[in-house]
Design a protein around this ligand. Structure first.
Ligand code: FES
Ligand code: FES
Length: 208
């Protein structure tokens, strides 16, 4: 089928003319009198109620505080790690209502009423969870900095597979096969600078 086409320059010119005409006709919104910036005064702290690892916390937090900072700096739960602080490494992965999220990308106030699980709430020193035992058995860490996030992410990934949620590599309309490819794809948001990936995949597969 042949598509109708307009010369690129004419098309671009037409678009710019239309856009400028629209801008001229429209009333642009006035900039806020005091735009929020680095010098803007912080909003006052307020009580924020969080349920973490089955325990209720009431923390005094400014609304801008991320869940990651609230956990580490205020709730004294430093097991959740800060890597990039911008959603790129997965070190801060926690479970919220059973689903994995990056704690650096959500505000603590947004998680009031949710059930949050951090690495401190998974297993115990006396009784490790199966995925923790699998990480040890398969030598799935070196420095260990990414490990809390990897373990939370693995729990989330396994429950997604159990629930039949497809990933980008799941064959359309087919049952999920817990393959290395499937695990790699689902764990791809968790970076390991030590490169323990083959062992991480083996550990996850062993409990799948
Ligand atoms: Fe949150 Fe890197 S610290 S994704
Ligand atoms: Fe070192 Fe993963 S074990 S970053």
């Amino acid at each position: 089928m042949q598509e109708e086409s307009t010369p690129p320059s004419a098309s671009r010119r037409g678009f710019m003319q239309a856009a400028l005409a629209t801008l001229g006709a429209a009333q642009l919104p006035a900039a806020p009198a005091a735009a929020a910036g680095p010098d803007a005064p912080a909003a006052p702290a307020q009580p924020v109620r969080l349920m973490v690892n089955g325990k209720a916390y009431t923390l005094s937090l400014e609304p801008r505080v991320t869940l990651l900072d609230a956990l580490r700096e205020v709730a004294s739960l430093p097991g959740t790690k800060k890597g990039c602080d911008r959603g790129q490494c997965g070190a801060c992965t926690v479970l919220v209502d059973g689903r994995r999220i990056n704690a650096c990308l959500t505000l603590a106030v947004m998680q009031e009423g949710a059930s949050i699980t951090t690495i401190e709430g998974i297993g115990s020193a006396e009784q490790l969870a199966p995925i923790q035992l699998a990480f040890i058995e398969h030598d799935a860490f070196q420095c260990g900095y990414c490990t809390p996030g990897q373990i939370c992410s693995a729990i989330g990934a396994l429950s997604e597979m159990r629930a039949g949620m497809p990933s980008a590599v799941t064959a359309p309309g087919k049952a999920i096969v817990v393959s290395d490819e499937e695990i790699r794809e689902r764990m791809s948001g968790n970076i390991c600078r030590c490169g323990a990936y083959p062992n991480i995949v083996a550990a996850v597969r062993s409990v799948a």
